[in-house]
Design a protein around this ligand. Structure first.
Ligand code: PHE
Length: 338
């Protein structure tokens, strides 16, 4: 190789070898291979050489460029390896990993899943309906007169169109009967909305689960048997229930269900968990009118219905004191259920 080229290559390899970091290495690259670098400068000599010397000089140039490029790459890798090692210096990489935190189901999801599972075992199928409802499905078909307080603007969220956010999932029961002949055995879990003042036991949206069973000769005994079994499955075989007479426009007779709550160190107390009753014949008549047939005629079928707030059931099950915890997504609260 031409003596000048050999000297340039030697100097380049020495500079690369001496580069302590990537900035120095970049400088070495510029000094030798850059536009104004020494090897680039040497290549300009080409045109001054006699023709017969050109091929050898060209080969020499290539060889020097390749040697320098290879040295640059090798040094770059070595610098990177050293930086990688330095970044884990002092860390014992043989220690077991810390692991990712494990997520868990929200308490509302858990209580809903439990409730659905119990009711499905009893033959109830899941049904759905819209959260934005009309007055017919939410009130009129459910024998709720125009002047009933639940229909008040103060209690219900209305849209300008006259539609509303459903105040209960009973509307799904109406829709199911409109679309399906008896027998019907459904549950409708879903959100319901009321203009409640927000406090420790009220939100303006809550999670409801309603059920409906319509067939020939469905009786109050069926209703009681179903719901006693349900709550004892959910809260334990020793759960005590009481059916307290109440009024709902869409059922007659109607009851509220209380379960007896045992709080350590305190007198047990009854707490309301559901409304229920035997479907009022006026509801069946409205369904017949809407369907245009008489398969739901009150002389042919009877039924029972019930509705409960899942939020309250979760609060009872886990002793949660404030309903707002259920929607705040504070992981200090949620992680207790994971
Ligand atoms: N729809 C009632 C409510 O939201 C609950 C209920 C359902 C009562 C079915 C009786 C029968 O409070």
């Amino acid at each position: 190789m031409n003596a000048d080229l050999a000297a340039i290559q030697d100097d380049a390899l020495a500079a690369i070898g001496a580069a302590a970091d990537s900035t120095a290495l970049e400088q070495a690259k510029i000094d030798f291979l850059g536009k104004k670098g020494r090897l680039t400068g040497a290549s300009a000599l080409m045109k001054t050489l006699p023709k017969e010397e050109k091929p050898a000089f060209g080969q020499g140039l290539n060889a020097a460029r390749q040697a320098i490029t290879a040295a640059l790459e090798e040094k770059q890798t070595a610098l990177q390896d050293a930086a990688d090692l330095a970044s884990v210096a002092g860390i014992d990489v043989t220690l077991p990993a810390r692991g990712l935190p494990i997520g868990g189901l929200h308490p509302l999801t858990r209580i809903k899943d439990d409730a659905i599972q119990i009711l499905r075992r009893m033959g109830f199928a899941l049904a759905e309906g819209p959260e934005i409802e009309d007055e017919f499905h939410c009130f009129d078909a459910l024998n709720t007169p125009a002047d009933h307080p639940a229909r008040n603007e103060k209690d219900t969220f209305y849209f300008d169109s006259g539609k509303l956010l459903r105040t209960h999932t009973s509307s799904v029961q109406v829709r199911t009967m409109e679309g399906q002949r008896p027998p019907v055995r459904i549950i409708a879990p879903g959100s319901a909305y009321r203009r409640d003042e927000i406090d420790a036991t009220h939100l303006s949206v809550f999670n409801q689960l309603e059920g409906l069973f319509v067939a020939e000769n469905v009786s109050l005994a069926d209703l009681k048997g179903t719901l006693i079994y349900f709550y004892q499955e959910l809260f334990g075989a020793d759960t005590e229930l009481q059916f307290r007479p109440h009024f709902f426009p869409f059922t007659e007779p109607s009851f509220e269900i209380d379960i007896k709550l045992h709080v350590p160190g305190r007198e047990p107390k009854w707490i309301e968990v559901a409304g229920c009753g035997i479907v009022d014949p006026a509801v069946f008549e409205a369904i017949c009118k809407s369907r245009g047939d008489d398969v739901y005629h009150p002389d042919k079928v009877t039924g029972f219905a019930f509705g409960m707030g899942l939020d309250r059931l979760a609060m009872i099950k886990w002793g949660i004191k404030d309903i707002r915890l259920l929607i705040e997504n504070d992981t200090r609260f949620l992680s207790q259920f994971a």
